[in-house]
Design a protein around this ligand. Sequence first.
Ligand code: GLV
Ligand code: MN
Ligand code: MN
Length: 428
Amino acid sequence: MGLQHVSRELKAAAAAVMRRADELGAISDEAGRLTRTFHSPAMQRANALVGEWMRAAGLEVREDAAFNLIGRWPSPRRGAKTLLVGSHLDTVRDAGKYDGPLGVLVALAAVEELRATGVTLPFHIEVIGFSDEEGVRYQTTYLGSRALAGTLTKRDLAAIEERGIERAKRKRGEFFAYAEVHIEQGPVLEKEGLALGVVSGIAGQTRARVEIIGMAGHAGTTPMAMRRDALCAAAEFILAVERCGVTATVGQIEAQPGASNVIPGKVVLSVDVRHLEILKRVAAERALRKDLAAIAKRRGVTAKWLPVQSTPSVRCDAEAVKIWSAVVDSVQGRAVTLPSGAGHDAAALSVVCPVSMLFVRCKGGISHHPAESVKAADVAAAIAALQQFVLALAVIPPPRSSAPLRLNEADLNAEAQRNAKQRNSSSP
Ligand code: GLV
Ligand code: MN
Ligand code: MN
């Protein structure tokens, strides 16, 4: 069942990640709930704070032209390539604290611990906090990671206020791998009783905006049979989305003119369609477009399907999956692989270098919700696994103390209290 030995440092590192996630969770663009969107004031504050933590860990810190935060640990090896590790610091609206930030904080903790061992790596490491995985501000995802990968289109650039983010593009061949730790955002690991899981691939996504134009009119005088109600047409379409046979969602809807005594004349809604197999996703999209046209015809409204973004599904690198599986097996005694239905920056980076991901169990599989929750013990397991992954890439055997099995909350809380006491007594 793996090793039982847990180092003091690892417990403290996990407690620090939990504390930092709380601190970041309080940095928001909206009072009373957590929302941080691309290049917003809260994102700038979050980058400044994480930048301080990176600097304190001895990393060379900068923000690139796409507002990605980067902390670099250079290798002395001449001509070394770079291993990129991290996740995103932006959030959805009314978010939880861990989707994104956990991966950045775990990466920082792992690098901090590795640096403290005095190890020299044959590659540079960059810890990265991407600026836009969720796509909330402009409804297009991965602005930061696509800028770095050099895959932003003219249309993407024209759709945003910020100028010059394409200058964040990095040289081809500079990175030899990207690794991302992320909460699972689903219930599989919890059901399996496992802290960690290895990701096999990331589902592709189609995002579209649908506009339905009917005829606004008086809600009291227009006979029911003579209406061209855009919202009723939208309602039928939403149910078609629910029944389309793949994972699909209408998450945003706006009816105009938006008054209780006016028949809705125009509706704009979002559609999000996902599948690991591109053919299934494309077939579902085609079927939905047909449904939309049929509903519009029957109801005497017009409807447009406006593509917003299409991201292909991505397989995680087979070699990296093997290494992660060996590492996870040594940390928790068993390794499972699972696909990701959620999108991740790793998908955007897959055109630049091999990508891989490690999932961390989250309570009830809940995500994109303030109730997101992870255990400090699982975070410790993730830090240890990422350290071992990095050492395995460098072909360096892991230190004995890096396996974290059977941490419990009581241990971690006691450790956190001891650290806090020490900090207080040593402060002037
Ligand atoms: C990102 O969280 C997404 O999959 O929408
Ligand atoms: Mn995420
Ligand atoms: Mn998310």
